[in-house]
Design a protein around this ligand. Sequence first.
Ligand SMILES: Cc1cc2nc3c(=O)[nH]c(=O)nc-3n(C[C@H](O)[C@H](O)[C@H](O)COP(=O)(O)OP(=O)(O)OC[C@H]3O[C@@H](n4cnc5c(N)ncnc54)[C@H](O)[C@@H]3O)c2cc1C
Length: 506
Amino acid sequence: MQVSTVNTIQKTKVAIIGAGFGGLAMAIRLLQKNIQDFVILEKAQDVGGTWRENQYPGAACDVQSHMYSLSFAPKTDWSKRYAEASEIYSYIQQVTEQFQLRQYCKFEHEVTRAEYDEQRFLWTLSFKDHAPLEAQFVIFASGPLHVPQIPHIQGIENFKGKVFHSSEWDHQYDLTDKTVASIGTGGSAIQYIPEIAKHVKQLYVFQRTAAWVIPRDERKYSDLSKFLFKQSNVYRQLHRARLYWSNESRVVPIVQPQIMKIGQKLAEAFIRFQVKDKKIAQKLIPDYVMGCKRILISNKYFPTFNRKNVELVTDHIQHLTENSIVTKDGKKRKIDCLIYGTGFITDPRIYMKHFDCIGVNKQELKQVWKNVPESYYGISTKGFPNLFQLVGPNTALGHNSIIFMIESQVNYILQLIELVDKTKTLATEVKADIQDQFNNKIQKQLKGTVWQSGGCVSWYQTADGKNFSLWPTYTWKYWLETRKVDASDYVFLGENRSKGKKSVAA
Ligand SMILES: Cc1cc2nc3c(=O)[nH]c(=O)nc-3n(C[C@H](O)[C@H](O)[C@H](O)COP(=O)(O)OP(=O)(O)OC[C@H]3O[C@@H](n4cnc5c(N)ncnc54)[C@H](O)[C@@H]3O)c2cc1C
């Protein structure tokens, strides 16, 4: 562990918050640049982020395995085209061991506050149960989707049955022969619904908005493919490149919703083909343009509604009693268990993950982002020197691998750290006009995309319809634009008087 302790205040050059894909990628690249003076602060007891938390039945990735992995830590023996959560979790563990990252991790260290000291050009991070930590650079790798969204249902306090959220699945609770209500039809729900339907006595699927679900490539990699991936880096990279460019081609219908509507006809046919009852099929067809919300992939979801023990309920939930769920039409359904498949809080402020972040002039990031979060390439935010983020505003994706974006961001952050060191300054901050121009450009690019004009309410947007989460175009453009930091976009602050000293000046 590289943290030094002086008068109980610990100090480090770089503090990474979060040990998911982002935090670990950042750590590996720091090590490759010979920067060892960093810590990874993780509130849980292990690495893994999303893939540690989401272990519900059927949990899997909707990006191809060879794309949803780090380019500098390839895995040649992915079992199938789209990996299950457990295999991704194992991969993350394996990468952690391979790069010996555990020694840099401080588990059970939930950051509760981050405050910038303008005089000393340092961040102080506070924790629930530990002494504070000072860091020259802070990197938010705390994840875009993390805090469960729990809808308030009238009478929930009276309900005596079992209740849990998909990301907090209680594996001790046996669902066999239980009567279960599942709320939501998002990414997680469409994965666990077909799995639990096989075991439960009765499953009620409560749908507010239908989801566009298209076929999933379930093919396994043959032993020969795995052998070739292992033997030939070129072969593996060609495979990855093919996946990358086929994913990139999906931008075309995103920016031209007319083209998306052709694909939508096929997706509608897929529903009608898979669901026997025409009325149920009709209820499962969304009323917005495909792509407006994340397009999901499954071959198992729709056929679940052919089962006798599964009912699709589209009436609104009114309240819960001690053993039943009651809909607005007055119908009462007895249940043993209620599962929230309701996703995660994506309120703009949740980019903060429930902690206060105080920058220059004591301004709070939560307040700055009150209406809409904005930053520069999702990485740097004006008024918050030396604070960098992974998967920040407008850098999530609807069409390709987020790992590609994370790697571009990590590369950019490394350059910023190097620039501060090279210029013998102590901090850097993006110029306000540069950030504003960037955001105007992004919002212009978003106009006309399926996300803005598709007629849905999605977590990508604020209540007034501003898309704060998605990168509006090809990811290669993001890579190109962030490949090299333009130092003139930034101001450099302070003077580093220490000679050859690796730790931050106190
Ligand atoms: C159920 C689910 C399914 C998904 N499926 C896909 C998919 O199929 N394809 C896809 O591209 N993306 C998917 N995603 C998005 C996924 O989050 C990203 O792909 C990716 O895992 C993000 O990595 P990350 O490191 O940025 O964040 P995370 O994996 O969320 O890791 C963040 C880490 O930060 C820690 N942390 C948070 N706050 C604090 C704090 N205050 N102090 C200390 N530690 C903190 C968390 O405990 C966590 O370990 C999915 C997300 C979820 C929730």
